[in-house]
Design a protein around this ligand. Structure first.
Ligand code: AHG
Ligand code: MN
Ligand code: MN
Ligand code: MN
Length: 309
């Protein structure tokens, strides 16, 4: 049957658009690479103490190379190389990214992703997430999708990797202007080892369980947050119970990029007291608590955490 709707290929113009093109190119390669790869632990750890898989370092290299090829990226930092890697002296941007989110669930063939934030060139340690100028969240599941903040329309759009020719894969726009409603029924509670030390978080999870909320937790921040964007509602949380259970997720590579997308889509992000985008960057391995998603649900978690103190 003839396809009557014209395919709208995702194209972005300008210098920032070229950075996005690099990201799109890298994610396309990663999607193809992962489909036929095997997971082997290699004998190295990253600065966060994670034992690296060969896929962590392969996807990391693919992204660094694609960013360099754009000629628009001054420097890059990633979960696997959490220091400044200079790419192009003339570049105007810094890209921070998690090349492979979900390496602990890749052996079970759960959905995994890549997370990106684009910052202006400068000292990241003098910035907050408010300086971010673009972000993307790719998902490698039964399909390959990406959410991007489109600087031309100032909206969050979704693209899907599709076969457009015999052997040609292209990013086709599959949903425009993704919005997150103010309240939501889905909850995705992460870092739950903390609840024995954090009464507020424990009470909050109990509230969700007793009030008809629906659990959605895969063990990957990328797919769990993607669920919120796609359904347009819900809340993802990763909350610590200091001093025994410390924050788990990384500000530059995971929390700030997804918070940027979430707030651009009408949602809210919080570290318990302030927006994740207002957290002052203090180092390249900084971690933070995060609650993200539907505005009223995030505010409810903040109240539970305050009351539990
Ligand atoms: P990564 O695979 O990039 O190291 O990140 C894993 C993270 C994140 O995706 C997820 O939300 C969290 O680890 C899951 O941990 P818990 O189930 O212990 O919360
Ligand atoms: Mn890791
Ligand atoms: Mn991750
Ligand atoms: Mn990772």
């Amino acid at each position: 049957m003839e396809n009557t709707t014209p395919l709208e290929i995702l194209k972005l113009d300008g210098e920032l658009g070229q950075v996005y093109q690099g990201i799109l190119e890298a994610c396309k390669e990663i999607a193809e690479h992962l489909r036929y790869s095997t997971s082997n632990k290699i004998q190295t750890t990253n600065d966060f103490g994670d034992v690296q898989l060969d896929q962590d370092v392969q996807t990391d290299s693919l992204i660094f190379e694609a960013l360099k090829n754009t000629g628009m990226v001054y420097a890059g930092l990633s979960e696997e190389r959490s220091y400044v890697t200079q790419l192009d002296d003339n570049g105007k941007y810094i890209v921070t990214f998690d090349p492979l989110d979900g390496s602990s669930i890749i052996d079970t063939n759960f959905t995994i992703g890549s997370i990106f934030a684009i910052w202006p060139k400068g000292d990241l340690n003098e910035m907050t997430g408010r300086k971010i100028v673009g972000a993307a969240l790719a998902l490698y599941g039964s399909r390959t999708n990406i959410l991007i903040y489109n600087p031309d329309t100032e909206q969050v759009d979704e693209a899907t990797l599709q076969k457009t020719g015999e052997n040609e894969l292209q990013w086709v726009i599959s949903q425009k202007n993704i919005r997150i409603r103010t309240d939501g029924r889905y909850f995705s509670p992460g870092n739950t080892r903390s609840i024995q030390y954090n009464k507020g978080y424990r009470d909050c999870i109990q509230f969700w369980s007793r009030n008809g909320y629906i659990l959605r937790y895969s063990g990957g921040m990328a797919p769990d947050c993607y669920h919120i964007f796609k359904k347009g509602e819900g809340v993802f949380s990763s909350v610590s119970g200091e001093p025994k259970v410390t924050p788990k997720l990384r500000l530059l590579y995971e929390c700030a990029p997804i918070s940027y997308l979430c707030e651009k889509a009408g949602g809210l992000s919080s570290d318990g007291t302030q927006s994740v985008l207002d957290i002052q960057v203090k180092g390249y391995t900084q971690k933070c608590d995060i609650i993200i998603g539907s505005r009223e649900e995030v505010e409810r978690v903040e109240r539970f955490l305050q009351n539990g103190k």
